[in-house]
Every structure is written in structure tokens, then in C-alpha cells.
Design a protein around this ligand. Sequence first.
Ligand SMILES: Cc1cc2nc3c(=O)[nH]c(=O)nc-3n(C[C@H](O)[C@H](O)[C@H](O)COP(=O)(O)O)c2cc1C
Length: 221
Amino acid sequence: MNQAVTDNEALDAEARGVAQALQDAQIMVDQDTMRLILTEARTHYGWKERDVSEETLRELYDIAKMGPTSMNQQPMRIIFVRSQEAKDRLAPCLMPPNVPKMQAAPVTAIIAYDQNFWEELPKLFPPNPNASDIFRNNSTAAQINAFRNSTLQGAYVMIAARAVGLDVGAMSGFDNAKVDEEFFHGTSLKSNFLMNLGYADTTKIFRRLPRFEFEDVCQTI
Ligand SMILES: Cc1cc2nc3c(=O)[nH]c(=O)nc-3n(C[C@H](O)[C@H](O)[C@H](O)COP(=O)(O)O)c2cc1C
């Protein structure tokens, strides 16, 4: 057997060991963690004057990057807009009510995707060495996959941000074409949505809006 095959078998065995150990540990998320990441977490609009460290941004990315994407595509790309100069470039792209929310946040992440994500598939999805061919001449499939998986990855970023103690306020009220022209001109990147990150001024939120109940939107067949 050649070396690459034995190396891969060792890696598969190691991965199965890690998965089995996780299952055996029978971990359940505790109630406080659940409150922090979803059940009591809120979308925020006002921000304290407290900076977000570069380490925290790296920590949240290192958690979020582990979330699954189809064929391990990972099409999401992020620009963390932090400087006043960059914020001022972003401001004219936003719907007016979103401008002060963005300007007050220490960081606004542009969650984007690479339309040419498929060029990386030989590295990211070695089980199928020809995976790039699925998308090379099919821009519709590439667009659907890029948008789907970058949206999923954006949600992982949101949950990861909350998990590392940040507050989050997502925004889609902006002109994608303007953001793409300003930040991604001449590239294969397109904006998906924006995400304010920081430590929230909790006086700026409103009452919780209703959620559908299980019976309203789910069925078991
Ligand atoms: C993808 C996305 C885009 C959003 N766009 C905006 C926006 O442009 N402006 C805004 O004020 N709120 C925006 N929101 C906030 C939603 O209205 C808010 O998350 C929703 O009402 C639930 O609020 P809650 O998380 O506090 O329960 C957005 C949320 C998401 C997830």
C-alpha cells in the first residue's frame, strides 16, 4: 500500500476516535450556554465604546470555520470593517436607519462569498478530485452553492460571536451592488449580509418579536 493511502487511513481512524469520544462523553449544552447563544440572545442596535480585540475576531472565526458546508466548500469571505476610513466607505451603501448602528459598532463584518470558491475544491474536497468541474461552466450552480453555504457560515459566525462573549446585530438593509463596487471591485467576491459586532448598549433593543410554534411551521411525515 502506498504511503498516502496509509496516511489517510490513519487520519480516518483518528477522526472516528474523536467522534466516538465526543459521543461517549454525552455532553449536553447547559442552559446558560443556550441562553447566551440563542434563547435569550438578542439582535443589537446600540454599542458601548469598548473595542473588540483582534484575538477575539480570530477566536470566533476559528470556531465558526468548523461549521459544515456542502462539499466542504467554505465560500464565505469576511472583511472586518473597523477603521473610521473604512466605515465611511461603507456608510453610503447602507439604508439610512442602519448607518448609526454600523458607525457605533466597533466592528462591522461584511459577510461575503467567493463566486469562484470551486477553484479551491481540489484542496478542500479531495474525496472527489474533479469536484471543481461541477461548477466551472455552471455559474447558476456556483451561485446557489456560494449563497447557500456563505449564509450558513454567516450564521455560524453569529453563534460563534455570541459564544465568545460578543453581541451581534445582522443587517441586510444595504445596497449589495454598492458594497461590491466599493469593496470587491475587480474580484470574484460578492457581499451577502453585514454583521455588527461588539458589546451592546442593551437600552437600544425593543421587545422580543413573536416566533412561530412547532405546530405552525413543522410537520412530521
Ligand atoms: C440577515 C439579517 C438581516 C437583518 N437586517 C437588518 C437590518 O438591515 N436592519 C435592522 O435594524 N435589523 C436587521 N435585522 C435584525 C432582525 O430584524 C432581528 O434579528 C429580528 O427581528 C429578531 O430579533 P431578535 O434577535 O432580537 O429576537 C436583520 C437580521 C438578520 C438575521
